[in-house]
Ligand binder design. Structure first.
Ligand code: C2E
Ligand code: CA
Ligand code: CA
Length: 510
């Protein structure tokens, strides 16, 4: 069946709907993830810059102490001890000061006279050394600033407590590490020797332009998702909203593309609806008097489809009107070239429905059809099934009047199966009655049905209407109908519906 949704496709449809909903969400999440990563990198860099600024300020303060003490180096410790202590008291970040001579500490603010060799190679750039602690506070890191001038030298010490405080306060969510030479200090105040492991997220490393230290900043594992969940909830809602909209659009588009109307619209544009032709013969001579045009759907996958499987859909969607127009155009193109060879007006029967009777478009289609043939060479017969009654309105009145003026004839199809009254027959100016094949099939089989058939034949005679018997399959049926003066016959006995080329060659053989 070309117009039924196949169950095996349902899973695929659901998958496509889900995909069209999830794809924009997934894409949005990827974009937000990249955006969050960028934001974190920027955040880490700004934090590192801020930490560097703070450390430089603190080092300025510490270096100032060393600068002021340097000229005193070489003097006796007893004379300069107070000056050393004064710097410690005056400068907020300075914890201790020392004087050196020839790379040897000889005076300390803390101990007074002192003796310790200093190796300038331990100092980054000869200036800075980060230490784990000193004998007084072994667990508190120290940053030592060294200044020298010839044999003179001064050291001022910055308390690691201030440094780790800065790392903690500025860092907050960001992990910060102060790195001096090979040593580093983390926000928890811990001293580390050697290289620190990398930060998993948004790692950046900034160097101070004024002192020999750098600050590494970054975030722990999973920070990007944490950042997204705290910063982007409104965007997530928006994404879900777009996902739902996109899923719904995907669903509707699929539904549309598999809907019978869409499928038939496609078939119409692809000219898949083609005419088949079945001969109608004279009741007495059995000579071909005309043809009934029957629609077939030449479906690319399903093959030739019978009309009763798709005509109801075509009627429902209103596509039957353009489909019939296409059928009439194809019929005219096939049969018009033969029209000059017809000895008497050739009947061409076209099936129409109630949808055709809602406006006057049919008149134009019939006029064009008739114009294609040699004048007077054909009789166009519109077959209107009795199964669906047409409401008489001003439009139908006008329509049938104009059709009549054009010389178009009307046949009531499937006569005997519906309930058309005599008034109905008169209203539409009927020319033919097509006796339904169910009555023909009962000839010689069911006497009651044969009585009905006889009454129909009598009624048609009284109303002076020509008759066509449909579905004539046997010689007995044919003889019975001929004996009862039925004007025309149609059925497999005389020929099945066939494609145009085949019909034309059968006609010329005749
Ligand atoms: P219908 O108008 O009553 O057409 C006669 C149907 O009987 C055709 O079926 C024809 O193939 C079949 N038939 C002819 N001779 C015999 C016979 O000796 N024995 C039997 N058993 N059947 C015979 P088909 O072509 O399948 O069409 C079925 C129906 O579809 C038509 O019934 C008509 O109502 C509709 N139809 C066909 N083409 C069109 C069309 O272009 N427009 C509209 N609106 N309806 C159409
Ligand atoms: Ca018919
Ligand atoms: Ca019929």
């Amino acid at each position: 069946m070309p117009l039924k949704n196949k169950p095996r496709k349902r899973g695929l449809k659901l998958a496509v709907t889900l995909l069209s909903g999830l794809l924009p969400i997934a894409l949005g999440v990827v974009i937000l993830y990249m955006q969050a990563e960028r934001a974190l990198v920027q955040n880490a860099q700004e934090t590192a810059e801020e930490a560097i600024r703070q450390f430089e300020l603190m080092l300025d303060n510490t270096a100032q102490a060393a600068r002021e003490l340097l000229p005193l180096a070489g003097q006796s410790c007893l004379d300069v001890k107070l000056a050393l202590r004064e710097q410690v008291t005056r400068r907020p970040f300075v914890r201790s000061t020392n004087l050196m001579w020839d790379d040897t500490i000889y005076c300390s603010s803390l101990f007074g006279d002192y003796h310790e060799k200093v190796s300038s190679g331990d100092y980054a750039g000869g200036r800075l050394l980060l230490m784990r602690g000193n004998p007084v506070t072994p667990d508190t890191a120290l940053l030592i600033y060294r200044l020298e001038d010839g044999k003179r030298g001064a050291l001022s010490t910055l308390d690691g407590y201030h440094l780790s405080n800065v790392l903690r306060l500025i860092g907050r969510q960001t992990l910060l590490v102060l790195q001096v030479g090979n040593n580093s200090l983390t926000a928890d105040g811990h001293f580390h020797e050697g290289a620190l492991p990398d930060f998993p997220v948004a790692q950046s490393m900034l160097k101070s332009s004024r002192y020999d230290f750098s600050v590494a900043a970054g975030f722990p594992e999973g920070e990007t998702w944490r950042y997204m969940s705290s910063e982007y909830p409104p965007l997530f809602s928006l994404l879900i909203f777009f996902g739902v909209i996109s899923g719904a659009i995907g669903h509707v588009l699929q539904k549309r593309s598999t809907s019978p109307t869409y499928e038939m619209q496609r078939a119409l544009e692809a000219a898949e609806f083609v005419p088949y032709f079945q001969a109608v013969v004279h009741g007495d001579s059995k000579k071909v008097s005309g043809v009934e045009v029957l629609m077939r759907w030449n479906h690319p996958k399903e093959g030739l489809v019978r009309p009763d499987l798709f005509i109801p859909f075509a009627e429902h969607s209103g596509l039957i009107v353009p489909m019939t127009r296409s059928l009439m155009q194809q019929t005219a193109a096939l049969l018009a070239p033969l029209s000059s060879s017809f000895d008497e007006p050739f009947h061409i029967g076209i099936n129409i429905t109630a949808s055709h009777c809602q406006n006057l478009e049919l008149v134009k289609d019939c006029r064009e059809f008739l114009h294609a043939f040699a004048p007077g060479s054909i009789h166009l017969v519109l077959e209107l099934t009795e199964r669906e009654l047409i409401e008489p309105t001003a439009i139908t009145h006008q329509l049938f009047e104009q059709l009549h003026e054009l010389g178009v004839m009307i046949a009531i199809d499937d006569f005997g199966t519906g309930h058309s009254s005599l008034g109905y027959l008169r209203q539409f100016n009927v020319d033919f009655l097509k006796i339904d094949q169910s009555f023909v099939a009962m000839i010689g089989v069911d006497t009651l049905t044969s009585h009905i058939l006889d009454s129909i034949i009598q009624l048609a005679g009284k109303l002076d209407l020509a008759m066509v018997a449909e579905g004539v399959e046997t010689q007995a049926q044919s003889d019975y109908l001929t004996a009862h003066n039925v004007n025309f016959q149609q059925g497999y006995l005389y020929g099945r519906p066939m494609p145009g080329a085949e019909f034309i060659s059968a006609l010329s053989d005749h």
